[in-house]
Design a protein around this ligand. Structure first.
Ligand code: FMN
Length: 155
């Protein structure tokens, strides 16, 4: 089995989750940042798409990738996930086309993390003063990463 994970990240949480996921998947797994060059989908049996939520939305490039490649994705085994501070299942239908979500073998919330010192000055200010987030948090849900991997591996 050959797996492709296409991901988008701003501060590294999604990348961290993708590396954990890769360890749990059977077969060969290739990681591709949606902002860089990625391989032809035709070379893969499975495609996993994941990104993170900023002000209620996933990275535009990732949702566009899902829309642009919908026809090919519907012929493969697909799973999707998001990283977010809040566990809100509503983020998933906003992030990916409905037709794709009807086809996926798994859709998961992987949790999120916020390391204030990794943010630029303006964003850190925004988080502390407006969002009232005073401390770092790390709430990656390894059990949901395992569940997605199991769903891919078992079918
Ligand atoms: C400026 C900013 C806006 C955010 N907006 C949201 C949001 O609207 N909803 C949410 O659940 N999490 C929000 N988050 C939390 C991120 O989704 C979370 O930190 C995630 O782990 C980021 O993943 P990444 O580092 O891979 O980009 C926000 C974080 C930042 C820094």
């Amino acid at each position: 089995m050959k797996n492709l994970i296409v991901y988008a990240t701003k501060h590294g949480t999604v990348k961290k989750c993708v590396e954990m996921l890769k360890e749990k998947l059977n077969g060969e797994t290739v990681l591709a940042n949606v902002n860089e060059e990625f391989p032809d989908l035709d070379n893969f049996d499975t495609v996993i798409l994941g990104g993170s939520i900023y002000i209620g939305k996933i990275q535009k490039k990732l949702s566009k990738f899902a829309e642009d490649n919908l026809g090919k994705l519907l012929k493969k085994k697909v799973a999707v996930f998001i990283c977010s501070g809040e566990d809100n299942p509503e983020y998933i239908p906003k992030a990916f086309p409905a037709e794709l979500l009807n086809h996926v073998v798994s859709k998961q919330l992987f949790g999120g993390e916020l390391i204030l010192e990794n943010l630029n000055f303006f964003t850190r200010f925004l988080m502390k003063r407006i969002m009232k987030i005073k401390n770092d948090y790390s709430r990656i849900k390894e059990s949901n990463i395992s569940e997605l991997a199991d769903n891919i591996n078992e079918e």
